[in-house]
Design a protein around this ligand. Structure first.
Ligand code: UDP
Length: 323
């Protein structure tokens, strides 16, 4: 079997590629390296089953070449992470929407199944927590650029559901704050990557706002397992799944834990949101997944505790990360 991983040189993508190769797949990676890095694939660079194509997922010729002999696609290529989206919302919308449109159409034409990455960002400010896949969504207005990401991913989800109605075998995974080795301090996996970079440099750990906002973090190995099940199991087709860990933590408590694990003696520095993101910014005060649908339909549950995952991530940061 050959799988295509779009965004395969990115943080989550590269872990997925490693796992697919370990499962005996041949893997094609399509990545434009705008957020991903070839070094993320260093561990499998010489693997005979790996083929890497550097190119834009929106380019039809490139996509056609990437889909050669492929039976399953994991579509992760996107502009992700609040800072990247704020830096260029137009690019984020275009890459995320046009990219997904091309991938889904190409897969439908060829009868290839797809698992598409979305984000817990689509819940926006949330209607209730823990949030379930069938819940209403609450996004802020288009004058606040942050919501461009949620809106683009939401449109991607609609595209997936529309194609599913036309017979495409497609599933959607909504990731809830994935973290782990190789997380990108400028993009996805932002807060943990940033705090670990700061700890490594002996700089103050930056907490935005009062630090009472909460998130639920899932270790990348778990996120990969959930993604594979959503891609593999026929019960997942036409469905959307939260892929997250139900453990909730405030960002201040997270910073304190990272300080402890890293042995950093630098203080915690509070920064107002307006100073970091500018005046037109809305924060998501809380985010927790309801994980029951993935448990019941996919038999998937995140296994790695936050403490264990942070330890493993720090170990990688300490030994491998070039800051
Ligand atoms: N955050 C923080 N310090 C940082 C980076 C982020 O306090 O150096 C906060 C951010 O404001 C948010 C949380 O950490 O409340 C998670 O941020 P991230 O950008 O990782 O993900 P998202 O906001 O998309 O959940």
């Amino acid at each position: 079997m050959r799988a295509l991983v779009t965004g395969g040189a990115g943080f989550i993508g590269s872990h997925l590629v490693e796992r697919l190769l370990a499962e005996g797949y041949s893997v094609t990676v399509l990545d434009d390296l705008s957020g991903g890095r070839l070094e993320n694939l260093d561990g499998v660079r010489d693997h005979p089953g790996l083929r890497v194509i550097v190119g834009d997922v929106r380019d039809r010729a490139v996509l056609q070449a990437a889909l050669e002999k492929v039976e399953i696609v994991f579509h992760l290529a996107a502009v992700v992470g609040v800072p990247r989206v704020l830096a260029d919302p137009l690019r984020a919308i275009r890459v995320n929407v046009e990219g997904t449109e091309r991938v889904l159409e190409a897969c439908a034409e060829r009868g290839i199944s797809v698992c598409m990455a979305s984000s817990s960002e689509v819940y926006g400010k949330g209607v209730r927590w823990p949030a379930g896949e069938a819940d209403d969504l609450q996004l802020g207005p288009p004058t606040v650029a942050r919501w461009a990401y949620a809106a683009s991913k939401l449109l991607d989800e609609h595209l997936a559901m529309a194609w599913a109605r036309r017979g495409l075998r497609v599933s959607v995974v909504r990731y809830f704050n994935v973290y782990g080795p190789r997380a990108d301090p400028h993009g996805y996996g932002y807060v943990i990557a940033r705090l670990m970079d700061q700890a490594l440099r002996g700089e103050p750990l930056t907490v935005y706002g009062d630090g009472r906002q909460t998130r639920s973090f899932i270790y990348v190995e778990d996120a990969v397992e959930g993604t594979l099940r959503a891609g593999w199991l026929p019960v997942a087709f036409g469905q959307i799944f939260n892929i997250g860990h139900p453990e909730e933590i405030s960002i201040l408590a997270l910073a304190e834990r990272i300080r402890l694990i890293s042995g950093s003696r630098a203080p915690i520095r509070f920064l107002p949101f307006s100073e970091v993101y500018g005046p037109d910014f809305e924060e998501v005060p809380r985010r927790v997944p309801d994980v029951s649908k993935a448990r019941v339909l996919l038999g998937f549950e995140a296994r790695v505790t936050l403490d264990d995952g942070l330890q493993r991530t720090w170990e990688w940061w300490r030994t491998c990360r070039r800051v």
